[in-house]
Each structure stands twice: as C-alpha cells, then as structure tokens.
Design a protein around this ligand. Sequence first.
Ligand SMILES: Nc1nc2c(ncn2[C@@H]2O[C@H](COP(=O)(O)OP(=O)(O)OP(=O)(O)O)[C@@H](O)[C@H]2O)c(=O)[nH]1
Ligand SMILES: [Mg+2]
Length: 304
Amino acid sequence: MGLFDVFKKGLQKTRDFVSDGFNRIAANMGVFDEDMLDELEMLLVQADIGAKSAVLLMDRIRGHIKKTGDASRSTVLRVLSEGMLEILGEPGRLDFQKGKLNIILLVGVNGTGKTTTAGKLCSRYGQQGFKTIMGAADTFRAAAIDQLKIWGDRTNTPIISHDEGSDPAAVVFDAIKAAQARKADLLILDTAGRLHNKQNLMAELGKIRRIIEREAPEAKVESLLVIDATTGQNAVVQAQVFSEVAQVSGLIITKMDGNAKGGVAIAVSQETHTPLFLAGLGEGVEDLIDFDPESFVRSLLPEE
Ligand SMILES: Nc1nc2c(ncn2[C@@H]2O[C@H](COP(=O)(O)OP(=O)(O)OP(=O)(O)O)[C@@H](O)[C@H]2O)c(=O)[nH]1
Ligand SMILES: [Mg+2]
C-alpha cells in the first residue's frame, strides 16, 4: 500500500466527517454562496483544524472567489487543499545514519502513546537494519517497564531497565553505556507521562537531557513529543507548552485513526511550527508512518 492508501484507511473517521460534510454543503448547487462558505468554516472548526487555521483557509477561499469570480466546487476544493498544504509546510523527515549512535527521547503527557510508539519505532528501524536498544526511563510504575519489555520481545530489541521507582536519569546513563558498548545505531528512550506544569517531572526531563549531552555528545538526538490526536485542541496546547520547556525537536501525532479529530495535525502545524515527523494510525506494530502532508490532505478531502 502507498502512503496515500495507508492514510486514507487510517484517517477514515476524519475523512468521513470532512469529505461527507464538504459534499453535503456543496450538494445543492455547483457553486458556493456566502452561507455555504460559513458552513464550510464551521465544518473545518469541528474537524479540529483549529479556529486560526479555519479563518486563514476561509480568507484564502473568499479572496480567490472575489478575485476570479469562480466559486465552483472544484475551485473551492483546490484552494482549500493548497491552503492546508501551505500550513503543513514541507514534510519533516527523521534522518538517522547507521554506524553512529542516534537517540530518540520520547516525551509527552500520560497515555498519548509513547511506549507503543517506542515499540513501533523498533520495528521500523529494525527493518532498516539499525541495531536498536531501548531504555525504560519510565520507572514510575512496574507495569510501564513490563509493557516496554513486551514490545522488546515482539521486536527482538534488548531493553535496559532498572527497578520501579529508580532514577530515570540513571536508566538513561546505563542505556547510553550499553548502546555505546554494543555499537548500537539507535537508542530509544521511553519516559513517564508528565504534565507540563509539574515542575519536578519537567526538571527530570532536563536531567535526562543533560545526561545525554554529557555521555553521548557524539549522538544525534531527537526529542520527540508524542501527542494524541483524539484529544483535539488539548494536543495543540501540549505541543505549544512542551516545545517551550522541553527542547522538542519534532512531533509524533498518534491515534489519528481514533476519532474524527485528525484535522488537529493542521492546527498543531499552524500553532507550533515544529516538524511533524510521524503519524500513528493504529495499535499494531506497523501502524506508524511518515507524516506526509500531501497524502494527509488528499485523504481528508473528497475527490475533485
Ligand atoms: N488507535 C490507536 N491507539 C493507539 C495508538 N498509539 C497508541 N495507542 C493506544 O493508546 C494507549 C496508550 O498507549 P501507551 O503507549 O501506553 O501510551 P503512553 O504514552 O506510553 O502512556 P503512559 O506511559 O501512561 O504515559 C494504548 O492502549 C495504545 O494501544 C494509535 O496510533 N492508534
Ligand atoms: Mg508509557
């Protein structure tokens, strides 16, 4: 399956909502009038594209109609699609080279999909021939360590872990030493879910980062914030606040298959300007793909 088909399938709920809505609005007449444009704006807001993005997109459409006098369904669709692509910007790509150490630090609030994504990443990079190790830096609950071990078994990835309640930074230290000794290409660090306003937990992330910088200055490090699309505008707020305090280098948006709020990817891009690297489209090990703006927008909107 190509990226477009994967997105189309994974985004089915959002696609149904946006495409059906668009077709319903455009059904009566072949051209858009002012009422229909208002309805379209409502639809975009309801799909969690974000109020700001909805206004930007509608200004673009209204401006185009004013300039050209063309308010046909196909033109509105095209201008909408171009506007969405402009907000999403160039696709962000994770770029790791084998033969040196790369580190992925997964951060985010509770339950967004960090541990699941760690497992999916092991599978993805394992298939590309990367020698991968995981570090269980979520020491908050024993169950969290066990959950990561299950992903380790499933993907044949060794795990470095300490006991529940131990210092996550110490796990990171050991995991780096193990990765260096075994000449691993990739170290994936799972961390505990945390709220951005919990000072001690945010300080813990700072400590983890300092350990990485001190112990693996040669490594390429990506701090990836995992956000959950089903939480809609909350995901946008998390992306904004974490980006400010946790040196986030990119975003992973999970559960895009979960409900009709997949449009939140547009809101997040518009509000944070942080690259959106990957999309989670299911609970399976293969359900993680590069976030491709073109495929995403095509799968959101109806066919011309
Ligand atoms: N449908 C769907 N479910 C997902 C996806 N990613 C993760 N999940 C589910 O979301 C739930 C939480 O996932 P976890 O990976 O445990 O989340 P976490 O961020 O590690 O959670 P904490 O460690 O408690 O902070 C699990 O039931 C996962 O199966 C996805 O892309 N799609
Ligand atoms: Mg977890």
